[in-house]
Design a protein around this ligand. Structure first.
Ligand SMILES: [Cu+2]
Length: 335
């Protein structure tokens, strides 16, 4: 009886201590979405169940090893135990109950996170190796930044142009795979103004670790000002339009504009320079060469870079005009 009491007290203490250490408030970044609150509640419940089983096993193990260790001179064999049906039933039924309880709770929370609100804002997300693009059909604008309104639910509609990516903003907690060939969705309601980052959570190739996008949760006035400035940028000249297109089409995920080498050659000082190709020949970078490099990247591969990395889709996905704007932009980076 004395031992049982000691063990129970120790189990309670260890459960509370470990449960507290595993608390999501200590482990996860700040919470910035309504749906994320369910995730955190589940997490802290799990943490206490995990802590309890940890305590149950480790306390009994250590207590028995220390308190019931063999006394000096005691050479008798130990008691021969053949099994205990009551104990076996108990340790089957209780965990089963716990698992079923969590399954039920998970279903209830999942239903809540999928619930649509009438004024939700739609954001169409396109993921490519290795960049994110966001289209806001309500305002007719596209951006490489994800700007959201504090307190307004968003319906994300995801598409991938190449491989599987995964949309994840740790502060929002929820995560959604972005799969080529199908459309996936996710609902979220941001609840805390601030700056966060989208991180790709599915290994998607060479620059996966750099597949980030800025997220800003803002109030109405700031959001309206941003929408207005994006709409104004429709009146830009060709090089500035090209600069925007380079971001929106993911070119900048592989090409720098400051001279640093990335997955592909930098665009700084490219125009008018002489480029050495894989077959040893030398070409002058003029408009015709740029056009060809964009439409058919494998025709002339730059020495020291891998062929087949640059997408071959731009002839289909970009208009003539857009390609001319991009060329104008690369040209403007002449020196
Ligand atoms: Cu990715």
């Amino acid at each position: 009886m004395k031992h049982l009491l000691a063990v129970v007290v120790l189990i309670v203490i260890v459960t509370l201590a470990v449960g507290f250490l595993l608390n999501p408030e200590n482990l996860l970044p700040t919470l910035a979405s309504e749906e994320g609150a369910f995730v955190d509640q589940l997490f802290s419940l799990y943490a206490f169940v995990i802590a309890f089983f940890f305590a149950l096993i480790v306390v009994i193990l250590l207590y028995s090893t220390i308190v019931f260790r063999r006394k000096k001179g005691d050479d008798k064999p130990g008691a021969n135990v053949h099994g205990n049906s009551v104990l076996e039933i108990v340790w089957t039924v209780i965990p089963l109950g716990i698992v079923l309880f969590f399954a039920g709770l998970g279903a209830v929370y999942l239903k809540d996170t999928l619930k649509a609100e009438p004024d939700e804002m739609i954001v169409e997300v396109t993921a490519s190796q290795w960049s994110w693009r966001f289209r806001y059909p309500e305002f007719g604008i596209s951006s490489t930044e994800l700007n959201l309104l504090n307190g307004r639910q968003v319906l994300f509609v995801f598409e991938s142009t190449d491989v599987i990516h995964s949309f994840w903003v740790p502060e929002f907690r929820l995560k959604q795979d972005v799969v080529p060939g199908i459309t996936t969705t996710l609902r979220l309601k941001p609840t805390l103004p601030g700056s966060y980052k989208v991180r790709c959570a599915e290994l998607c190739g060479l620059n996966h670790a750099y597949m980030l996008a800025e997220v800003t949760v803002m109030e109405q006035a700031e959001f309206d000002a941003w929408v207005a400035s994006e709409i104004d940028s429709g009146a830009l000249g060709p090089p500035d339009r090209g600069a925007k297109l380079a971001g929106l089409n993911g070119c900048l995920a592989c090409h720098s504009t400051d001279g640093t080498r990335s997955v592909g050659p930098s665009w700084r000082g490219l125009f008018g320079s002489e480029e050495i190709l894989e077959d040893g020949s030398v070409v002058l970078v003029d408009e015709a060469y740029l056009l060809e490099s964009i439409l058919d990247p494998n025709l002339q591969v730059v020495e020291g870079y891998r062929p087949d990395l640059m997408p071959k889709v731009y002839g289909d996905t970009l208009s003539q005009e857009e390609i001319q704007d991009l060329i104008a932009y690369i040209r403007s980076l002449e020196n």
